[in-house]
Structures are given as C-alpha cells and as structure tokens.
Design a protein around this ligand. Structure first.
Ligand SMILES: NC(=O)c1ccc[n+]([C@@H]2O[C@H](COP(=O)([O-])OP(=O)(O)OC[C@H]3O[C@@H](n4cnc5c(N)ncnc54)[C@H](OP(=O)(O)O)[C@@H]3O)[C@@H](O)[C@H]2O)c1
Length: 259
C-alpha cells in the first residue's frame, strides 16, 4: 500500500531514540520530510545519520526541551520556515518520575503537566494553522496503556495522559472540518532503553521481571518500536484519514477491558 506520505512535513518528538526514532525512521522511509526533536544534540545527530544511511532521506533535527513553551514555539517556527508548513505532528518524549502519587509536591505535578499535557497543547497551537492552510493534516500523541488501565506508581503519567486523551478527543471534533485527524496511541511494553531501565530498577533480575510481566501479555512478547511506528504511519497518512478521536492500545493484548 502506498501511504502517500512522500513530501509531507512531519515533526516527530523524542526522535533521538526508542519509539520516536522508530517513528522518524518509518516516516522518512515512506518519503516524509522529518524534523525530529529531543534535548541531547549528539544523540539527535547520530539518529539523523542513521536514518539518512537507511532511507537516503535527509532529516532535520532541532535540540529542544518539550517542557519549555519557547522551545515548542521555536521548533514549529523553524519547521514552517524551512519546509513551508507542517502536515504531521507526532507528540512523543520521555515521562515524569515514578513513585506513589502522595510523594509528589506541587512542583513535580507542575513539571508533569508541562511535559505530558502542555507539550502537545503548545505544539498543536503552533502547527494547526499551517495544517489548515495546507488543506489538512494529522496529529498523533504517544501516551501509554497506563492512561487507560492505571498502574501503581505511575500516577503522574496516568493523570496527565488521561488529560491528553480528553484533549485529543475534543480537538478531533474541532479540527475535523479542516481535514485534520487527531489520535492517541497507548503503547504497552515496547523494547527501548526506557523499558530496559524499568526491568533493571528493582532487586529482581531483569529477565525474571520480563518473564513475570509478559505473563499478562497474551501475545507473549515485548513489542518493537516498529509495532508502534507502523500504526503511526497509517494514522498520519491519507489512508488513515477516516480514523480520528481514537485512543488505540498497541500492547499485545495486555489491556483487559472491552470498551
Ligand atoms: N517503552 C515502553 O515500553 C513504553 C510503554 C508505554 C509508553 N511509553 C512512552 O512512550 C514515550 C517514548 O518512550 P521510549 O521508550 O521511546 O523512551 P526513550 O527511549 O527514553 O526515549 C525518549 C525520547 O524522548 C526524548 N525526551 C525525553 N525528555 C524530553 C524532553 N523534556 N524534551 C524533549 N525530548 C525529550 C529523549 O531524548 P533526550 O533525553 O535527549 O531529550 C528521547 O529521544 C514515553 O513517553 C514513554 O513513557 C513507552
């Protein structure tokens, strides 16, 4: 299937590694012009080089901290100036600290809101007008399965990503008339350095943690970044244009609910 992504301009957050890198690589492989962001410049450069080697396409990178309002505006401004507009926005980054909800003070909650909720809000604010002018576009948020099926100690993320899902649903209704779809992907366990750190965090050996957690995954394996990136590519492409306002889990069957 031709996803018709050739020449589309896509901003991909957290593109230097993990899920974001997988998404940037897949979109570039489909011919999109990718602008990727993260804080550490060296990692971004390495990732951009990897994508260029693999796809033959040049990707642009901008070092930026998604928790900062001025960085969000700068990324969108550069993308619009360099490429004449934005067609696709993928909001993806790291995550707030882990711990019991009662252990976090106002400052921690404020940071979590900036990182998980205000980041997509600001990026949309600075790119939606361009999508409207170009006759359509696509907005995609990466959250986590815990936003639908909460997990102990992930309260900062659960609460703020719950807000993202509500925000995205509202936005999908308000932007539909402009040909812009808005969706959220909720990953389960995905093989990245972040997940490996989670496996290594406690006293239990990593492999034992992995085996224990996988007992709850019907497909019996950890997902790959391509499992996420392939769905992203479909949802942000003209082929996925009729899909909007959804929060889709990509989790090997981990979610137990039947919505
Ligand atoms: N892996 C999983 O199993 C899994 C499951 C469910 C949900 N998720 C969620 O999916 C997202 C991506 O996960 P991942 O496993 O790919 O994580 P990762 O490997 O740690 O990658 C995170 C990316 O985001 C960038 N980033 C982090 N904080 C940032 C900030 N403040 N501003 C800009 N960029 C920032 C990182 O680069 P810099 O550090 O250089 O900024 C990096 O490029 C996270 O929100 C995670 O919670 C992951």
């Amino acid at each position: 299937m031709n996803l018709e992504l050739k020449g589309k301009v896509a901003i991909v957050g957290g593109g230097s590694q993990g899920i974001g890198l997988g998404i940037a690589r897949t979109l570039a492989g489909e011919g999109a012009q990718v602008v990727m962001t993260a804080r550490r410049e060296e990692d971004l450069k390495r990732a951009a080089h990897e994508i260029r080697e693999l796809t033959g396409n040049t990707v642009t990178w901008i070092a930026a901290d998604c928790r900062k309002a001025e960085d969000c505006e700068r990324v969108a401004t550069i993308a619009r100036a360099e490429f004449g507009g934005v067609d696709i926005l993928v909001n993806n980054d790291g995550a707030p600290p882990v711990g019991p909800v009662l252990s976090f003070d106002d400052e921690a909650w404020h940071c979590a809101v900036e990182q998980n909720l205000m980041y997509p809000v600001r990026m949309v604010r600075h790119t939606a007008e361009s999508m409207k002018q170009r006759g359509g576009g696509s907005i995609l948020n990466i959250t986590a399965i815990s936003a639908i099926q909460p997990i102990r100690d992930l309260g900062l993320s659960v609460a703020t990503w719950g807000g993202v899902i509500g925000y995205a649903k509202t936005l999908s209704m308000e932007l539909a008339e402009f040909g812009i779809n808005v969706n959220t992907i909720c990953p389960g366990y995905i093989e990245t350095s972040r997940l490996r750190k989670v496996f290594a965090a406690g006293d239990e050996p990593d492999e034992a943690v992995r085996a224990r957690l996988l007992k709850d995954v019907p497909l019996g394996r950890v997902g790959s970044v391509d499992d996420i990136a392939n769905l992203v590519a479909l949802l942000v492409s003209p082929r996925g244009a009729y899909i909007t306002g959804t929060a889709i889990q990509v989790d090997g069957g981990l979610l137990r609910g039947v919505r």
